[in-house]
Design a protein around this ligand. Structure first.
Ligand code: NAP
Length: 458
């Protein structure tokens, strides 16, 4: 069984049904009624190529040897013991859902939020806890220099006629067409050489037609230690060139500006009843490449502060968790328990490594994991087997969303989109999803018996 139907979990299902023997059968659980995890709720809606991976993921779910069981939460609807009792191997693939915090004064003010909440909002995540409909700010500061910061800035600044052709959540579309900030700041606590952007994503933001990119050449200074560090990072050279190009380029005459600011560490978010500004200390790099404060402070006036600092894992009942790394402790994907390696528990994706790497990286993990499982796990002899998980869940009153139910949700969303000339309109609450899942539809096929795995999708 795999816990988590995001890309890491589904690539693991793909690899297992292909590599772990012709009789391998896999159940994939997800807390939400919908599959695809970060692909549906994390990837920016305008990243069409990446979003098209959903088709590949759907083909994995459609395999007769794979069973999708949505709306099933580990720790609430099923316990670790329930899973260990029923399956030869248990794979945790539930990601790293919690946003890191700045831990500075003012972080709780209205107008301050995590990038992951903003992403959840524009992607229609049903558990989004912040209503960005109330975020009306002409100036927004994003803290952190990773690809998520670029996603957030792009969605905030993108020309509004580019939004409806995406599957952006209806609530976000309605708000964003009315409100487009004039100034967005992406702020890093370290220098340009330490930025974590990737080149493709950086260039993409430079392609926004009516947005001026503003970079202060003085903040691009690369220290000697950076030069040394950069020698081992050939990917950084074109990134530096891109920034230097922007710093030199004549400024576009447009009311929409994206400012990149370097070497500024957040000290305090200011405001009386809501965010009005962020105060930051100017930093400098020392000879060991460690930054230290200069004692000089800078203020950026902004009505919203979005922290984009990366994600960390969540502790689930009974499952080993290392609070320092925010991951499930493991040795090459095998869960490390208090008394040594767990007999049949594994972990993959961001739950294994933390929030680093792109979706494609989890495929390598999946292949490695499938091989580990193939070579170390023996199917337990049939005996007095406990009832199938579906029966247990039914007895507990859990409304399981099967692949067939998910196809009804999917169809409902596409139909709603068709009426508006959009690819889909996402259902934004679990209640709506469950009622779409229940809708009687004579064209959906009944759950059939499992057969041997089909082609590998990789
Ligand atoms: P990230 O790449 O880890 O970037 C986090 C940023 O936050 C870093 O610049 C980090 O600076 C900064 N930071 C952390 N703590 C801070 C603090 N207390 N104060 C100020 N700054 C702080 O995280 P991410 O952007 O969330 O991305 C996560 C992963 O998803 C990455 O691997 C990313 O490439 C991937 N992703 C890919 C795409 C895409 O391919 N299109 C899109 C989105 C995400 P330091 O370096 O100084 O710690």
């Amino acid at each position: 069984v795999i816990v988590g139907a995001g890309p890491a979990g589904l690539y693991a299902a793909d690899a297992l049904t292909y590599q772990a023997g012709p009789n391998a059968e896999v159940d994939v659980l997800d807390r939400l009624p919908t599959p695809f995890g970060l692909l549906r709720y994390g990837v920016a809606p305008d990243h069409f190529k990446m979003k098209s991976l959903e088709k590949v993921m759907q083909r994995i779910i459609d395999r007769p040897s794979v069973r999708f069981l949505g709306n099933v939460a580990l720790g609430t609807d099923v316990t670790r013991a329930d899973l260990l009792e029923r399956y030869d191997a248990v794979i945790y693939a539930y990601g790293a859902p919690l946003a890191r915090r700045l831990n500075i004064a003012g972080e709780e003010l209205p107008g301050s939020a995590a990038a992951s909440d903003f992403v959840a909002w524009y992607n229609g995540h049903p558990e989004c806890s912040v209503d960005f409909g109330g975020f009306v700010a002409s100036s927004v500061a994003i803290i952190g220099m990773g690809n998520v910061a670029l996603d957030v800035a792009r969605i905030l600044l993108m020309q509004r006629d580019k939004l409806p052709v995406t599957d952006i959540a209806d609530r976000a579309l309605r708000h964003l067409v009315e409100h487009r900030p004039t100034d967005v700041y992406i702020v890093g606590r370290r220098g340009v050489a330490q930025a974590r952007f990737t080149l493709k994503e950086l260039r993409e933001i430079g392609d926004l037609e009516d947005v001026a990119i503003i970079v202060d050449p003085d903040e691009l200074a690369v220290s000697e230690i950076d030069v040394h560090e950069l020698a081992g990072k050939p990917d950084m050279a074109p990134i530096l060139q891109t920034f230097h190009g922007w710093a030199k380029a004549p400024r576009k005459a447009t009311p929409h500006r994206l400012h990149f600011r370097f070497l500024l560490e957040p000290e305090r978010i200011q405001g009386t009843s809501r965010v009005e500004a962020i105060r930051l200390q100017r930093m400098t790099g020392d000879s060991r490449g460690v930054t230290r404060g200069t004692g000089e402070y800078v203020e950026i006036r902004s009505g919203a502060v979005i922290r984009s600092l990366g994600q960390t894992g969540r502790m689930l009942p009974d499952i080993p968790f290392d609070p320092k790394t925010g991951t499930v402790p493991n040795v090459q994907g095998r869960v490390a328990g208090r008394h040594g390696p767990a007999a049949k528990e594994f972990v993959t994706g961001w739950a294994r490594r933390g929030s680093t790497g792109v979706i494609g990286n989890t495929r390598g993990d999946a292949a490695e994991l499938a091989e580990l499982i193939r070579t170390t796990i023996r199917s337990e002899p049939e005996g007095a087997a406990p009832p199938d998980l579906i029966e247990l869940l039914a007895a507990r009153g859990v409304q399981v969303v099967t692949a067939e139910c998910w196809s009804r949700i999917d169809r409902r969303e596409r139909d709603m989109g068709k009426e508006l000339g959009r690819p889909r309109v996402k259902l934004e609450s679990v209640g709506e999803m469950l009622s779409a899942a229940r809708a009687v539809d004579s064209t959906t096929r009944p759950p059939g018996p499992r057969t041997a795995p089909q082609e590998n999708l990789s």
